[in-house]
Structures are given as C-alpha cells and as structure tokens.
Design a protein around this ligand. Structure first.
Ligand code: MN
Length: 150
C-alpha cells in the first residue's frame, strides 16, 4: 500500500488530487500548508509527497529544503505541483531537490506517468515489486542525486 501525502492549500485542488490518486489505489494523506506537510512527513513517513509550491505558513521550497537536509527524510520522492508556468520555473524547481514536476491543472494521465516514473526510479523501498525479471538492480542509483549540480 503506497501512501501519498498531498500538500496543497487549495481545497478544490486537494480533492481533485485525492480522487485521481484513489482511482489508482494509492492511500491519500492531506496537508493544508507546508508546516503541516513537514509534520505529517516526519510522523507517518509516506512513500511519496506531492508538494504545492505556493502555500501559506511555509512554501514548497522551504519544505523541500528541510526534507533534503534531514537524513531520515532525504530520500523521500517529492513531486512539485505548481501553477507557475514561466520559463525557468521548471529548472528552479528541479534544482531545489524535487524529483519531478507537475503543472496545474494536473491531469489524470500526467499524474499517473509522473508518479510511475518517480516511484520506479531509484528502486524505492516502497515499490519492491516494480523490479521486473531480467532487469538489473538499480539500488546504487538511489544516492546519485545527492550533491548533483544538475
Ligand atoms: Mn497553493
């Protein structure tokens, strides 16, 4: 059972994401601001975090910084969700330690492909049965992002 935490201040967007995730049989947790997101991540250790950038109390950039600084949380897959669509935002987001990026409005297909990609890469512990026969183990790749300049 894969638990996904949605951190998003907009209730309508949160509900939409919950429905899309539950259709794909993820277990959904919710946070309404960055501080609450960080607390739930620490308490429940979900397998994946969908993190809105623009949130009250603590924004997505502050949350991802704290997650990556914390050895217990550093490897949590985190996908940014943002309405920011200007050129350069995608790079800024990926340079901040996010594993992926979704622009609003999030569609069922974009969510599905991004979650599959992020959960599969790095042979995350939450997803052991994703390694298929004949595929070489990718365990060594898990730490690759650390200190990466790209
Ligand atoms: Mn927001």
């Amino acid at each position: 059972m894969i638990r996904v935490l949605i951190a998003e201040d907009n209730a309508v967007n949160r509900e939409l994401l919950r429905e899309l995730l539950e259709l794909r049989e993820y277990t959904v947790l919710e946070a309404c601001d960055g501080q609450e997101a960080l607390r739930i991540v620490e308490q429940t250790q979900p397998e994946l975090l969908l993190l809105d950038i623009g949130m009250p109390v603590m924004d997505g950039f502050a949350v991802i910084r704290r997650i990556r600084e914390n050895p217990r949380l550093a490897k949590l897959p985190v996908v940014a969700i943002t309405a920011y669509a200007m050129r350069g935002d995608r790079e800024r987001i990926l340079n901040s330690g996010f594993d992926g990026y979704l622009s609003k409005p999030v569609t069922s297909s974009s969510l599905a492909s991004e979650l599959d990609r992020v959960l599969t890469q790095g042979n995350h512990a939450a997803n052991p049965d994703r390694v298929q026969e004949g595929q070489s183990p990718k365990k060594a790749r898990a730490g690759d992002a650390t200190g990466s300049a790209t």
